[in-house]
Design a protein around this ligand. Structure first.
Ligand SMILES: *[C@@H]1O[C@H](CO)[C@@H](O)[C@H](O)[C@H]1NC(C)=O
Ligand SMILES: *[C@@H]1O[C@H](CO)[C@@H](O)[C@H](O)[C@H]1NC(C)=O
Length: 160
């Protein structure tokens, strides 16, 4: 009984640690995304306008696109704000600029984008990096946490 209690308590502690580690990553990603957006919007304003037909530069909330040459694939480095950016640092996300100077759309009318090189198995990432970087024994102990920390794990409150 005591052992069962200890195991549940320990799982509970781990759940809280995981939650806080995940929160930190989200926060950091958001901060980096804002920076990426700022840099992109500045770039969009500064770059000289090309002459003739071209696909418009834009920030589509995912990546920063320069002007596209009609008929060409445009390759942009995987966004630097991705938590797994390091594992896809040689990857690119692509769009195609149509001959008419409009970005190519998919069959559903959405702007087509190939992001396959920038994707990362979330589970792999969390196991390998997130846990190693943030889930260290030096993190605050459960007792130092305030009730707000238990919001998503209410089953922990009676145990700690
Ligand atoms: C491209 O961007 C310019 C400047 O923002 C805008 O005036 C123009 O209408 C845009 N062209 C297209 C095809 O969206
Ligand atoms: C983008 O990548 C494709 C395939 O790797 C290549 O064929 C194309 O020339 C590249 N586009 C530019 C603008 O470099």
């Amino acid at each position: 009984m005591l052992l069962a209690g200890w195991i549940v308590g320990h799982l509970c502690w781990m759940a809280l640690q995981w939650e806080s580690a995940f929160g930190k990553v989200l926060e950091e990603t958001y901060r980096k995304w804002l920076q990426y957006q700022d840099d992109c919007l500045r770039q969009i304003q500064q770059d000289p306008q090309p002459a003739g037909i071209y696909c418009n530069r834009s920030f589509d909330l995912y990546a920063c696109w320069p002007d596209g040459v009609p008929g060409m694939l445009v390759n942009v480095s995987c966004p630097s704000y991705l938590p797994w950016a390091q594992t896809v640092q040689h990857g690119v996300v692509r769009r195609r600029c149509g001959l008419d100077g409009q970005w190519v759309r998919d069959s559903e009318g959405q702007l087509w984008r190939d992001m396959s090189e920038c994707e990362e198995e979330q589970s792999t990432y969390i196991q390998e990096t997130l846990l190693a970087e943030h889930l260290t024994p030096s993190s605050a102990s459960p007792r130092q946490r305030t009730p707000a920390h238990y919001q998503d794990t209410p089953w922990c409150v009676p145990l700690l």
